[in-house]
Design a protein around this ligand. Structure first.
Ligand SMILES: [Zn+2]
Ligand SMILES: [Zn+2]
Length: 266
């Protein structure tokens, strides 16, 4: 049973509308599709993310398409909510207006010691500059802050799915910024896997960076997945699709080797 609970539309930074994405998922044989618009509620930090004002219209759009195609696919309303202390939270209480079926909690901005927020996934150049300006160029400090923030999210927020749990790898192919085999890095993964296992939250195996050509492995990495699996954590496969073509991308690389829930439901 094919499902994908992470996709974006024109309601945020996606390229297609809700109906177009739903039709593509049906065409690809998916039984379940979840929409997860980026949201920074209640702040308006990004101009393309859902705001308090836009959220009810987004929810109505998804619910309407869900009703129209309910005989062909089960569509869920979700959000991909940022966690940035003091600015944005992925806690369910913030989303009571739209009652989402599920919430993905993600860290895209790291609160640095200088007070500036470093964007994790915009571009290699932007990231390098952010780490130079706010961490004196020390990537290990930045990466440790990223995972510390993710653990705080996992430990303090009521949500369902952890989005791209090691997004810091996005621009790190060939270890250009840090070495993922270093003891300090593995230690961060172990501490984070412990926090996730204790929280009983679900981890998505996200193929978005494969579709975009940044990485050959999903988030989390094979090593991180092994730590999570050893702790009994449940996974779902997701594509983080921003266009119809990306729905379910590269799922066949992971379906056979992992035990995925695939039937996530609230
Ligand atoms: Zn994301
Ligand atoms: Zn996303």
């Amino acid at each position: 049973m094919k499902s994908d609970f992470h996709c974006h539309t024109k309601w945020c930074d996606g390229r297609a509308g809700v109906e177009e994405m739903a039709l593509a998922a049906i065409e690809k044989g998916f039984c379940k599709l979840g929409f997860s618009s980026h949201s920074m509620l209640p702040s308006d930090m990004l101009d393309w993310a859902l705001t308090v004002a836009k959220a009810p219209r987004y929810a109505a759009d998804v619910r309407e398409v869900a009703e129209s195609y309910k005989n062909k696919i089960e569509i869920s309303l979700g959000v991909e909510a940022d966690f940035l202390p003091g600015v944005a939270t992925c806690d369910r209480k913030v989303y009571s207006d739209i009652s989402p079926d599920y919430i993905i909690g993600s860290v895209h901005f790291v609160a640095s010691p200088t007070g500036a927020n470093v964007i994790v996934d915009m571009s290699p150049e932007n990231l390098k500059e952010g780490v130079e300006q706010n961490y004196d160029g020390d990537f290990s400090l930045f990466v440790k802050d990223y995972f510390r923030q993710e653990r705080l999210m996992v430990e303090t927020c009521d949500f369902d799915i952890i989005g791209h749990a090691d997004l810091v790898r996005k621009f790190n192919s060939n270890s250009i910024f840090f070495d993922e085999s270093d003891a300090w890095y593995k230690g961060e993964l172990e501490a984070t896997a412990d926090a996730i296992a204790t929280s009983n939250k679900i981890v998505e195996v996200n193929t978005g960076a494969i579709y975009r050509g940044y990485l050959q492995d999903a988030y989390p990495s094979a090593f991180f997945r092994s730590l999570l699996r050893a702790r009994g954590v449940s996974f779902i496969l997701s594509s983080d699709a921003h266009c119809p073509q990306a729905i379910g991308y590269a799922f066949n690389q992971f379906e056979d080797q992992e035990t995925y829930l695939g039937h996530f439901r609230r």
